[in-house]
Every structure is written in C-alpha cells, then in structure tokens.
Design a binder for this molecule. Structure first.
Ligand SMILES: C[S@@+](CC[C@H](N)C(=O)[O-])C[C@H]1O[C@@H](n2cnc3c(N)ncnc32)[C@H](O)[C@@H]1O
Length: 213
C-alpha cells in the first residue's frame, strides 16, 4: 500500500464517524450512532463517499452511511463529513457480503450502489453487486418498497442487472442507458462521484436503474 493510503488507513479508528465492526449497532444505528430515529440510506461501494456526503448535506432529516471495504477511501469521505459538521453521515468499513451482520432486517430505508466494480468476466458474475446473492441481502435489509438505485458506466453490468431484476421479479421503476441523453428531471443524478468524473472524461455514458425488490 502507498504511504498516504497506509497513513489514512491507520487513522480510521480515530474518526468518530467511522465503524469497522458494527455487530453491536445492528438494529440500533439510528438511535445509538446518530442519536435520532431518522431513516437510513446506504451508499454501497461508496469509495470516497461522494453520495453519502452530498445526500447528507441535502437531507438533514435523514441518516446516510457509506459502506466500502477500502479504508483509505472511506477516510476521505469521513474526514470531509467531519469538516462539514455533518452529524447525519457515517461510514462503515466492511465487505458488502457481510452487511447482514451490521444491519437488522428492514433497518434500511434506501440504497444507492455507486459505480460498483462491473466484474465483466462471466465467470465472476457472482461478485457483481446486483447478482442474486446480493439482491437477497438487500431484500432482507431494506424496508418494503424501499428504493435501490444503481449508477454505473458499465454496459455489461447495466444489462446484467436488468435481466437479473426481471428473473427475480423485481420492479424496475427507471432504467436509463445514458442519463445525459434524456431530460429525466432526477436532480440527485447530478451528484458526481470520483469514478463518475473519470468515466465522463473518457466519454462513457452514465447509466442508471432504480428498482424495488
Ligand atoms: C469503482 S469503485 C467506485 C467508488 C465510488 N462509488 C465512486 O463512484 O467513486 C468501487 C468500490 O467498491 C468497493 N467494493 C467492491 N466490492 C466490494 C465489496 N464486496 N464490499 C465492499 N466494498 C466493495 C471497492 O473497494 C471500491 O472502492
């Protein structure tokens, strides 16, 4: 690991808005971590937590938790949230495969999945964050009719997700193969993540799906 990443990773335990294990908070995030009873939105594969921070600024009456396995990236979002004085933004370092150990059934109001690794090789499709095993996890954690949003640049992941949602009997509310090509009126799609900026610079269309399970 590069030196800067190591320093950031080592500093994670000192950040009051970051948890690296959360079994004790399972079912109690709102009350014990945020000291309120507001709904919780997760940003999965959050990286530097661009959506977590931007949504927390826009919606002070909701709680937001960025989830990623990479601590040095979480450090960036967590530090920014602290500098902005955001008390409704938190960060959890965990594998998304283990989400059920950190959150109770129906504890989550909404999920954003932002530019997850597409794992384009067919043999690695189980690792895609919209594969059936991950949808099973989300189905348990999200409240009934809770919205799940996916933003991706990957054509493979976009079509794979639509097919998987169809196979799973999910309700697809919106499917945009290029969010810049239509007047969708969805203001929140204007939030740009770190990876999104790179994809846009390289001319790749940004795709979006909203669904419920
Ligand atoms: C391409 S980056 C996108 C980061 C950020 N959302 C953005 O758009 O800038 C994908 C992120 O997903 C995280 N990730 C991938 N698989 C994961 C998993 N199974 N559990 C937790 N994090 C994961 C990686 O650590 C990485 O930070």
């Amino acid at each position: 690991m590069a030196k800067k990443k190591l320093i950031r990773f080592a500093a994670l335990p000192d950040l009051p808005n970051v948890r690296q294990q959360a079994r004790d908070l399972r079912g109690f995030w709102a009350r014990q971590f945020f000291n309120n009873n507001h709904p919780i939105t997760l940003e999965l594969a959050c990286g530097k937590g661009d959506y977590t921070v931007a949504l927390a600024q826009r919606f002070p009456g909701n709680n937001f938790i960025g989830v990623d396995i990479k601590g040095a990236r979480l450090w960036v979002g967590a530090t920014q949230a602290l500098q902005l004085g955001l008390t409704n933004a938190g960060f959890l370092r965990t594998a998304i495969e283990d989400l059920q150990h950190a959150f109770a059934e129906q504890e989550i109001h909404e999920i954003w999945i932002t530019f997850p690794d597409p794992h384009p090789a067919f043999g690695k499709r189980r690792k895609r964050l919209t594969s059936p095993r991950f949808l099973t996890i989300y189905r348990a954690l999200v409240q009934p009719r809770g919205l799940i949003h996916l933003k991706t640049d990957s054509e493979i992941l976009y079509h794979y997700t639509l097919q998987t949602l169809c196979d799973e009997g999910a309700d697809v509310l919106t499917a945009l193969p290029d969010i810049s090509a239509v007047d969708h009126g969805l203001e929140l799609l204007g939030i740009e993540t770190t990876y999104e900026k790179i994809h846009r610079q390289e001319g790749r269309p940004i795709r979006y799906i909203a669904f419920t399970l």
